[in-house]
Write a protein that binds this ligand. Structure first.
Ligand code: TZP
Ligand code: MG
Length: 217
């Protein structure tokens, strides 16, 4: 599957990211609002495991399928294979990208988090369809997040690999999204901008609006 940058807001959530709201309701609102990808990232205190995680993943998948939006699973390659998810996203400390590509086959999406031109090169060689880069800004959503990196390295990767889709991540909101779009990303990935929004569709539109404003073309 090729990474599509048509609908460019990439939503990430686990069952514990939606506060007092039902995560499946939040996901459905985000799907209605026009997200282009959904990543199930089940982490942190109280994270679901085993059959509860499987059930939640299947519920997410059913919703994503009904809106024609690819479901990508963070880290858990075997869960992705078990439910026939559309793709997998891994970090530098997870399984080796080439091995994950072999495991999931060439039809599935593979995303890899990278922090430099060198890591982007290795990810592309290993068969990544897109790379995630961040945190661009400060974030409270990832306990072990690195220091905010700004957009400089994104610009360097976009220049070095013009055909490799980049997704910016970390602390992105409607106020700063245009800066990220301008750096050359194909998409922006958000957790809290959507999970904490009262008007989820409005928030997605506002994140997208930065794209038009910031588009280089
Ligand atoms: N990887 C880098 S920053 C981040 C992840 C998963 C968290 C992004 O969450 P938010 O709430 O959009 O800053
Ligand atoms: Mg990971």
């Amino acid at each position: 599957m090729k990474f599509s940058d048509k609908a460019a807001v990439y939503f990430i959530m686990g069952s514990k990211n939606s506060g007092t709201r039902n995560p499946l309701k939040v996901l459905e609102a985000a799907l209605k609002g026009g997200i282009g990808h959904f990543q199930l990232r089940e982490k942190g205190e109280g994270a679901l495991t085993g059959s509860a995680l499987l059930e939640f993943a299947l519920a997410c998948q059913q919703l994503c399928r009904s809106y024609g939006v690819p479901l990508i699973i963070n880290d858990l390659v075997e869960l992705a294979c078990q439910i026939d998810a559309d793709g997998v996203h891994i970090g530098q400390d997870d399984a080796e990208a080439g091995q994950v590509r072999q495991r999931i086959g060439k039809e599935k999406l593979l995303g890899v988090s990278v922090h430099s031109v060198k890591e982007a090169h290795l990810a592309a060689e290993a068969g990544a369809d897109y790379v995630g880069m961040g945190p661009v800004f400060g974030t409270a959503s990832k306990a072990d997040a690195k220091k905010p990196a700004g957009v400089q390295e994104i610009q360097a990767v976009a220049t070095a690999f013009p055909f490799l889709p980049i997704v910016g991540i970390g602390g992105i909101n409607p106020e700063n999204a245009a800066q990220v779009w301008r750096s050359g990303v194909a998409g922006i990935a958000v957790i809290s901008s959507i999970t904490e929004a009262h008007d989820i569709a409005g928030q997605i539109a506002a994140l997208q609006a930065g794209r038009i404003e910031g588009d280089r073309k």
